[in-house]
Design a protein around this ligand. Structure first.
Ligand SMILES: [Zn+2]
Ligand SMILES: [Zn+2]
Length: 337
């Protein structure tokens, strides 16, 4: 599937790529749709897609089908690849924060039969799958790595109340990770089919943002008036960022996970931020270390993401899958060629 610009995704027959030195070709066994693809299809993406036309899709797992010279992996190895690789030499990389790399190399092409991976990605961000981890679970490595980085940054601890605003796939992964650290997780979302699914994911509580009236008050109520130790925005809406700040407890931490539209701002209660020592944190993307830990988390069964797959479709129906996502009718769609 080739992206030619906003609203223009085409099915095209391309030659199977041949790997040069340091490159690798992977047969894609499973790909997942992502909200970012929906956004990109609507308005383009200056960072992930600097030029068009380009192959499309960025969450995938598969099998090595050909390797160039100098590559340590072998044909037939089952692998998962991240959708980016840091440069390892810019100030952010040298400071140990490669997710903020000033020269992140992005790779697209999950919605296809084969994908060519460039040398930097092959060297830094391809992980071999051991044991029986199925490709459709391994494909969650990329979004899960983003969630892991966020949960690490906010230092979720056992016994804390963690409120997650937003029940999209990432909101659910964030909630599941917090729950796996023995936090009491409260999910905030809108009633409907996605909300009903949450009840099966084993979260302690949920707040219906459509009927709870004042969501912040509802959260204060279920936390004995104190607010939550950790609040997480996974919606990318400025008004929800404000709710996340308003519902955090004294000494608590707010994690801004969802990216808002450019140019937006939020209001901030400076008195509370200072006297209640609020910690306000952003979290963006992932690192090679988090990709590896995400694969371990999936392989060990510590987190089973299967219930986040709401539909399964063949490669030809990627356009339809992304349309379902855009209408809020799908959580994640598994694409198989
Ligand atoms: Zn994604
Ligand atoms: Zn860098």
């Amino acid at each position: 599937m080739v992206f030619h610009g906003p609203g223009d995704l085409r099915r095209e027959d391309l030659p199977v790529p041949a790997p040069a030195h340091g490159e690798l070709v992977m047969r894609i066994d499973a790909a997942l749709t992502c909200g970012t693809d929906v956004k990109t299809l609507r308005r383009g993406h200056p960072v992930m897609i600097p030029k068009v036309p380009t192959v499309f899709g960025h969450e995938f797992a598969g099998t090595v089908s050909a390797v160039g010279s100098g590559v340590r992996l072998r044909e037939g190895d089952r692998v998962v690849a991240a959708n980016s690789a840091p440069c390892a030499s810019c100030p952010s990389c040298l400071a140990g924060r490669p997710n903020l790399c000033e020269d992140l190399l992005f790779v697209n092409g999950a919605y296809g039969e084969f994908i060519l991976l460039p040398p930097r990605l092959v060297a830094r961000n391809v992980v071999t799958l051991t044991g029986s981890l199925p490709a459709e679970r391994a494909a969650f490595a990329e979004p899960l790595a983003c969630a892991l980085l966020a949960i690490e940054r906010v230092r979720v601890e056992a016994g804390q109340t963690v409120v997650v605003f937003g029940h999209g796939p990432l909101g659910c992964l964030l909630g599941m990770l917090a729950a796996s650290r023995k936090a009491r997780v409260v999910m905030v979302g809108k009633a409907g089919w996605r909300f009903d699914r949450l009840k099966n994911l084993g979260f302690a509580r949920w707040v219906d943002a459509t009927s709870a009236g004042n969501t912040v008050e509802a959260i204060r109520e279920i936390t004995g008036g104190r607010g939550a130790e950790v609040t997480v925005d996974a919606t990318g809406r400025p008004e929800v960022w404000e709710q996340a700040v308003d519902s955090v407890a004294r000494g608590g931490s707010v994690l801004f996970f969802g990216g808002c539209a450019p140019g937006t701002t939020i209001r901030l209660d400076t008195r509370r931020t200072h006297y209640e020592e609020l910690t306000l944190l952003g979290a963006f993307h992932h690192t090679p270390e988090m990709i590896r830990r995400a694969v371990e988390t999936l392989a060990s069964g510590a987190l089973v993401p299967d219930s986040l797959i709401s539909h399964r479709m063949p490669l030809e129906e990627v356009g339809l899958a992304l349309a379902l996502m855009a209408r809020g009718e799908a959580l994640k769609v598994l694409i198989r060629s």
